[in-house]
Design a binder for this molecule. Structure first.
Ligand code: COI
Length: 358
């Protein structure tokens, strides 16, 4: 089904004022956003309009009870300058999986994809070309009913914002193993990309920052023994004889970059072990000299190396000159996204803007 997406263009583009060589992550927005409203069981009024504040009723259900989900994805310019999206179908599916967990309606995949296509097509001049940069896309859905009672909303808003971004982490990160707070438990909402998971991470992250760390490494909620993720990224552990990433057991976000790295590693002949991995296994490997690198994977983070991991009294430092896998993965992903090497997995989707812009 082809959606009719109305377009109301700004008369006053902010593009000429943007310093693309110096973009802080998450603060610079393109001129336009996509918007659709879910009313009476259907998505209506798909449109693109200038980014501006929304009027929200104080009893908005999302503000009170947290029905709010989002995606993080990216558009790039390929080596000929044509805009492309990275794995948009997988993001559409994950958005709906998050929505199902939070009792929110599905967004038809065609609507999700056509909205992205139309928005990125309109905002293609906003795609930065500096190495490591991209147009970050933030699809977002939240409840819009005005009601002070714990219930699933009957109405929702679906927005997509576009932001030119550079790297999320500009240098390797320092992590501390969290031994008090928990992020998620299987059966909870840890697998959903929902606002509350991020809200719950803010206090532990602040306490970690006060001790000189960038983020916490989350442990399982039962024994504080098995590693989960970082919240902003999934984790990979490179040992001398194996590569391990925690199995997504219902408490860990099913990262699309994580999935892409596993495919690339398999293609290179590495069997990635997706299984529970304990912090003691990592500490023992470090003491025995078998731990080479730890890195995080995420849409925003891409591949971000860990320079220090603190586990109780143990500080795990790395020999940065041994880091190799994370660099190679990051470079390969960049090359696939920019059409510089064969996209053998079919991940890169060109922007075609077949959508009629009314
Ligand atoms: C992403 O990687 O896209 C996320 O949503 C994580 C957030 C830290 C920016």
């Amino acid at each position: 089904m082809a959606y009719q997406i109305k377009v109301n263009k700004t008369k006053d583009s902010r593009l000429p004022g943007v310093d693309f060589k110096n973009i802080p992550f998450g603060k610079v927005f393109s001129d336009h956003m996509f918007e659709a409203d879910y009313i009476d069981g259907a998505w209506t009024n798909p449109n693109i309009r200038p980014v501006e504040p929304l009027a929200i009723h104080p009893a908005n259900l999302a503000l009170h009870y947290g029905q709010s989900i989002f995606e993080g994805m990216k558009a790039f310019a390929d080596h000929e300058g044509h805009p492309v999206l990275f794995r948009p179908e997988m993001h559409a599916k994950r958005m709906n999986a998050s929505g199902a967990r939070m009792s929110m309606p599905d967004i038809p995949e065609e609507l999700f994809l056509q909205a992205l296509d139309a928005l990125v097509s309109l905002e293609r001049e906003w795609i930065p070309t500096e190495p490591g940069s991209s147009l970050y896309l933030r699809p977002l859905m939240f409840a819009t009913d005005e009601f002070i009672g714990v219930a699933a909303s009957q109405t929702y808003k679906f927005l997509i914002l576009a932001l030119p971004v550079g790297p999320y982490y500009s240098k390797p990160v320092k992590l501390i193993v969290e031994d008090h707070f928990v992020r998620a438990v299987a059966g909870g909402t840890g697998e959903a990309k929902t606002a509350g998971n991020y809200a719950a991470s803010l206090l532990p992250a602040r306490l970690a920052r006060e001790k000189g760390y960038d983020q916490v490494m989350w442990m399982d909620a039962h024994e504080f023994k098995y590693i989960q993720e970082v919240g902003t990224m999934n984790l990979f552990f490179v040992f001398k004889d194996k590569i391990v990433t925690p199995a997504t057991d219902g408490a860990i976000l099913k990262g699309i970059t994580r999935n892409s790295f596993i495919h690339i590693l398999n293609d290179w002949g590495y069997a990635v072990e997706e299984r529970p991995i304990s912090i003691d296994e990592v500490a023992d490997a470090y003491r025995e000299g078998n731990l080479i690198e730890i890195f995080g994977s995420g849409t925003a983070a891409v591949a971000s190396q860990v320079s220090l991991l603190t586990y109780g009294a143990l500080d795990i430092h790395f020999n940065e000159s041994n880091w190799d896998m994370s660099f190679k993965l990051k470079q390969t992903l960049e090359q696939i996204r920019h059409g510089l090497i064969e996209d053998k997995f079919g991940w890169v989707v060109p922007i075609e803007h077949p959508v009629e812009m009314a």
